[in-house]
Design a protein around this ligand. Structure first.
Ligand code: AMP
Ligand code: MG
Length: 439
């Protein structure tokens, strides 16, 4: 592939350039060309759409924006159980005539007259003529009369949300490209959408390679290990709202790899992204790069100055012609075989691309700041993403999880984020404000 080892930021930039070009339908620019804007991440603009019931929409990406079908709130809404009245009158602390009651779901009978209060419940429409709601805790009764307790006063507008204050009929509330979580589902429901238009999920082929690998349900022989990358990557792909397509494990053998790549590229497999693990570093039986080259791969990078995950490669494969319109090339990531390396490089590079293929416009990956507990010393030169545990309290603190390197799945499973060590750093000291990569 003969591309130089990139810094992390350059490799992330290269994925971003790919996405910009994909969205624009243009050529993928060469390494080192002008950086693309990072203010937002473009969607790929390639996915089909479908209608789904709201109940199965969580995690899906909205394909048609949702507009308010009426004002929200649709009437001036009381936000308290209390007494609707005029603030100026309530602030005199005179007794006001209790003119009736409005419950949630009712329509006020008539406008509030001077000298009156109306008992009102949370969520009920405030009658015309009232400009505030005194909470029931702050009134005193005397037969059919009520007054605000002195010396409390109230401002006009207090405890009322005006009609249309949250949204006006016709306002765009959920734009295209939003991933639907609980809040967005509630908003769609409020707008009367029992079905929503979403993008189809991208299909991601997962190909693990390695002579030592056996299936999870097999008993490993001497020197063999179970293939944990395939289920791990499938979990990551599913969590990203995409569909994992599991390919059979390939031996470290040219023919096996060629056949697996041909399978991923076959028109019938309808794959949007290919993830390969293992066989990408410099060992004698690391044959994935050669197989990709034989299949005509164009590499955008091959090797990033990070730890773990240095050998990661990114590129695309032309799809075979099948008589019909030629499909866009198949993007791929060749991820290192070590499980933690695979997971990190998936998150750093494949996830942004996958989110774009899902038409999700939110930025990925997500970083945050935390206070370091303990310290770290090492050699500068690599951006490191080290398995760590963050206590997500008001003042998040993060500590490294002890590990035996990037094959240590037990340490990985005992972590909930990565501590990011900048490539210029030779040490991070206790109490420093450090960056973490969220999972
Ligand atoms: P490789 O990238 O092929 O050099 O593999 C690096 C390390 O990751 C080796 O210890 C492999 O045994 C291990 N490994 C490779 N593929 C997998 C996999 N699918 N599941 C678990 N471990 C793997
Ligand atoms: Mg291997």
């Amino acid at each position: 592939m003969a591309t130089p080892l990139l810094r992390y930021s350059e490799a992330a930039e290269q994925v971003h350039r790919f996405l910009v070009a994909l969205a624009a339908g243009g050529e993928i620019p060469a390494l080192g060309s002008a950086p693309a804007s990072h203010s937002s991440r473009p969607a790929a603009g390639t996915a089909a759409t479908e209608m789904v019931p709201l109940g199965v929409a969580p995690g899906r990406v909205l394909a048609i924006g949702i507009h308010a079908d009426r004002d929200q709130p649709p009437f001036p809404r009381s936000t308290r159980d209390g007494f609707a009245c005029r603030a100026a009158e309530a602030n005199t602390h005179q007794l006001l005539f209790l003119a009736g009651q409005i419950r949630a779901g009712q329509q006020p009978g008539k406008a509030l007259q001077a000298g009156e209060m109306v008992e009102i419940m949370t969520g009920a429409p405030v009658p015309e003529g009232a400009d505030c709601v005194v909470m029931q805790e702050y009134v005193e009764h005397s037969s059919n009369f009520v007054r605000q307790v002195a010396p409390r006063t109230i401002e006009p507008g207090e405890n009322i949300v005006a009609q249309g204050a949250e949204a006006r009929a016709g306002d765009l509330l959920l734009p295209v490209g939003v991933r639907l979580a609980a809040a967005q589902i509630a908003l769609a429901a409020q707008c009367g959408c029992h079905e929503v238009a979403v993008y189809t999920r991208p299909r991601v082929a997962i190909l693990s390679s390695g002579d030592e690998l056996v299936a999870v349900d097999a008993v490993p022989g001497p020197g063999q290990i179970r293939n944990s990358n395939t289920p791990m990557l499938a979990a990551l792909v599913s969590a990203a709202g995409a569909v994992p397509v599991l390919l059979a494990t390939a031996r470290d053998q040219a023919e096996a790899l060629d056949a697996a790549l041909a399978q991923a590229l076959a028109p019938g497999s309808r794959i949007d992204l290919l993830l390969i693990t293992g066989g990408i570093s410099v060992g004698r039986f690391d044959l994935v790069e050669e197989a990709l080259s034989r299949a005509g791969a164009r590499f955008f990078f091959g090797g990033v100055a990070i730890q773990p995950g240095k050998p990661v490669a990114f590129g695309q494969l032309a799809r075979p012609e099948n008589g019909r319109a030629t499909r866009a090339p198949l993007p791929f990531f060749a991820l290192p075989g070590n499980p933690v390396s695979s997971a990190v490089t998936f998150q750093l590079f494949a996830l942004p691309l996958l989110s774009a293929l899902a038409e999700d416009t939110a930025l990925q990956p997500r970083f945050a700041l935390a206070r370091l507990s303990g310290d770290w010393r090492g050699k500068a030169g690599l951006t490191r993403f080290l398995p760590a545990w963050c206590d997500f309290t008001l003042e998040p603190t993060v500590r490294l999880v002890a590990w035996q390197g990037s094959g240590d799945i037990a340490a990985f499973a005992a972590s909930n984020c990565y501590l990011v060590v900048p490539d210029v750093a030779g040490e991070l000291t206790e109490g420093a404000l450090v960056r973490i990569l969220l999972r």
